[in-house]
Ligand binder design. Structure first.
Ligand SMILES: Cc1ncc(COP(=O)(O)O)c(C=O)c1O
Length: 386
């Protein structure tokens, strides 16, 4: 059985590259102190009420500004909806646009923790292979001759786990297919703004007028995961189906206070300054990881340098399963996510995912050296056993 765990707090001294979260030093408390002070200075009693179902109008207006500056197109407020981050957004999209037994197409490999969200909704998961330009849309087209998915879930930019990015042509084709075949594309754009090199194709959010595209954005990776604030951008007709939800009508805005804190970050320019800071920090961490991999993994594995996001995807040169090596690696003080956790049909057994986001440069160098030793030892043992 494939084990898919959310790795949070590692044992002291352990460098767990399995953790896909920013490190503490990248979410400075001073920033949040300042935003909170501004929030309390600006707030009124009404802000402590339930809040509009789509999200507070002041937040939605600020969000429209941020989306316009980030993606180059201004959404209408009727096309926006406040979420509690992309995990909740995906669950909500499934709730509104699928029923148990429906088919969902996903990336292969796919963000490992999405599998349970989709399985919780009783969906039949069909994996679509990726290549260097993201999801193979030719395979999607072939499958559409025999299958009728309700949903397609993909991470178009800097995919988790492989780091690959869906090309512009494929994005457009996907939007067209969603319209022609009547399925919804849930585009998880959590890494769209974390690019370190070269151009990123336009966000899927810019294609919401072209097909049934639902773009899911999150402040988890560009501000702080603890906020639990994100957003959906989609055609107003799709958003109005979300507004018909019973729990939305009962509870109002999903995170009124959190969204008003984020609004301060947008309106003061602090968010965009923070994103620029994160891009510099992650670019340096990625370069460090690349150099360390070249030093310690040459000859035992292959990988491609991602141009953004959080992750490096590595494949061993030998047919050795990485999942059983995880406990051994943790004993040696280093962690990773095994490749099989990201596969629907149980592939990628000799691959692994490393995050370069959670540790500074010196820890990255040390962790990669530790992991290199564990992997070389495992490969030598397997070679000796043959
Ligand atoms: C692809 C992807 N989607 C969603 C999430 C979770 O996002 P959120 O914190 O917005 O729920 C992550 C976090 O690792 C992720 O990598």
């Amino acid at each position: 059985m494939v084990v898919r765990t959310f790795d949070s707090n590692p044992a002291p001294g352990c460098i767990n590259f399995g953790i896909g979260q920013p490190s503490g030093d990248l979410t400075p408390p001073e920033l949040f102190r300042e935003l909170s002070e501004r929030f309390y200075a600006a707030t009124t009693a009404a802000d402590f009420n339930y809040g509009d179902t789509r999200g507070d109008p002041q937040f939605i207006a600020s969000l429209a500004d941020f989306v316009e500056r980030s993606y180059g197109q201004r959404p209408d407020p009727s096309e926006l909806f406040l979420t509690a981050g992309n995990s909740q957004a995906l669950e909500f999209v499934c709730e509104r646009f699928t029923k148990p037994g429906d088919t969902v197409f996903v990336d292969e490999p796919c963000y490992f923790l999405a599998f349970q969200i989709l399985a919780d909704r009783g969906l039949d998961i069909v994996s679509i292979p990726l290549d260097a330009n993201g999801m193979r849309i030719d395979v999607v087209e072939d499958l559409l001759k025999t299958r009728k998915p309700a949903l397609l879930y993909t991470i178009p930019s800097f995919n988790n786990p492989t780091g690959v990015t869906l090309s512009r042509e494929r994005r457009e084709r996907l939007a067209d297919l969603s319209r022609e075949h009547g399925f919804v594309v849930a585009a998880d754009e959590v890494y769209q703004l974390l690019s370190y090199e070269g151009e990123v194709p336009p966000a899927m959010a810019t294609l919401t007028g072209r097909g049934n595209v639902i773009s899911m954005g999150s402040f988890s990776k560009i501000l702080a995961p603890a906020l639990r604030v994100g957003w959906i951008q989609a055609d107003a007709k799709l958003v109005s189906r979300m507004l018909e939800s019973g729990w939305v009508n009962s509870g109002g805005a999903v995170n009124q206070l959190g969204s008003l804190l984020v609004r301060q970050a947008i309106d003061t320019g602090a968010l965009e300054r923070h994103i620029a800071f994160l891009r510099d920090a992650y670019r340096s961490r990625l370069d460090t990881m690349q150099a360390a991999l070249e030093e310690h993994f040459s000859g035992i594995a292959t990988w491609t340098k991602p141009r953004g996001g959080y992750f490096v995807w590595i494949t061993l040169n030998a047919d050795i399963e990485t999942a059983p090596l995880k406990p051994r690696a943790l004993e040696a003080g280093v962690g990773f996510q095994p490749g099989s956790a990201f596969s629907g049909p149980g592939g990628f057994r000799n691959s692994l995912r490393l995050s370069f986001a959670h540790y500074d440069e010196s820890r990255i160098r040390e962790g990669v050296a530790r992991l290199g030793r564990v992997l070389r030892e495992a490969m030598a043992t397997a070679g000796a056993a043959q």
